[in-house]
Design a protein around this ligand. Sequence first.
Ligand SMILES: NC(=O)c1ccc[n+]([C@@H]2O[C@H](COP(=O)([O-])OP(=O)(O)OC[C@H]3O[C@@H](n4cnc5c(N)ncnc54)[C@H](O)[C@@H]3O)[C@@H](O)[C@H]2O)c1
Length: 354
Amino acid sequence: MAKTVNIGVIGTGSISFAHLDAYAAHPDVKLVAVADMNAERAAETARKYNAERSYSNVSELLADPQIDAVSICTWNNTHADLAIQAIRAGKHVLVEKPLSRTVEEALRVQEAVRSSDRILQVGFVRRFDPNAQLLKRFAELGEFGELYYAKASNLRRLGNPGGWFADVARSGGGPLIDIGVHVIDLIWYLMGKPKPVSVSGNVYHKLGNRSNVQGLSFYKAADYDASLNTVEDLANAVIRFENGASLLVDVSFTLHASKDESFVKLFGTKGGFEVDPEVKIATEKHDIMVNIAPQTDDKGFNFAKAFQEEIAHFVASVQNGTEPLSPVEDGVAVMKMLRAVYESAEKGIEIRLD
Ligand SMILES: NC(=O)c1ccc[n+]([C@@H]2O[C@H](COP(=O)([O-])OP(=O)(O)OC[C@H]3O[C@@H](n4cnc5c(N)ncnc54)[C@H](O)[C@@H]3O)[C@@H](O)[C@H]2O)c1
């Protein structure tokens, strides 16, 4: 393949700009076209990012022979079908998280990828954060020993993005599938992807979307609409792995909390570390407990840089024909954990995974 990778971006709503900015900054990328069922939004985005063409029909973009690879930045309910359509049209795919809404959809995507020679990268952007990569390297070098416990919270006191995010038919769920997916994947990846064996979870629909609250701003879907809300506002879970490690997580779109809270912590036999809100390593030296703060430019999670790294990795994978860091199989594995949380909450029992 020629060095330049010709890109199409599907879905030109809120998150597409993180993709488009990163593609625009990449020296080997040419943005050829964008597509959105909102034709005006697609055309406006094409103008802003100097794309040659804009489409209101995704099939037309996928039939465009000039395009090598696409980013899929549409609603969750469209990810699986669009990814399969793109693969069958011969395009490489970077699909936003979550891979799909259901395990069945995720498995269909996996089958399509496996029966093709195309690359599919799941948009697990947290993996590409420079701090996550730094800690992954330390973990692989044995710095923390055996990682046996992890804990993550992403609690928004006000942050239901509305529109399709709040419509379970299109999103597949609320904060668990939207933001829980990031931290569950990140921890699972940093732990070395142990096999999940059981999941126990709870979800709550207690507070609604609290669109009545004034004075605080938050991330919103491009077509923000607070009139419909069928997703949970809080979820928590314990995930147990075959090697005995466990993960405790809670996430919310809204909660009567005094402030937002976001942390990711992992604990091992030789040391522990925190990814969020700042990188910190805790260990012991000569009978003294010490905290170590790696000295780098990146203090906390750097959203723009993580997207640049994610896009650069996708482009390199396409150019070199190499498997991405977040392959379809990982998207399937994470989807199995997420769905098991919902199933556990619904049935009130622990779910075994095979
Ligand atoms: N990686 C991250 O940190 C991150 C952050 C936010 C959102 N996301 C993910 O990105 C995706 C999009 O989220 P968003 O916040 O940009 O939503 P959004 O509603 O702002 O934008 C989605 C766009 O997709 C378009 N669209 C939907 N279905 C379509 C179809 N079948 N054909 C053509 N266009 C279609 C909509 O018109 C809209 O413009 C979601 O899967 C979400 O989970 C990821």
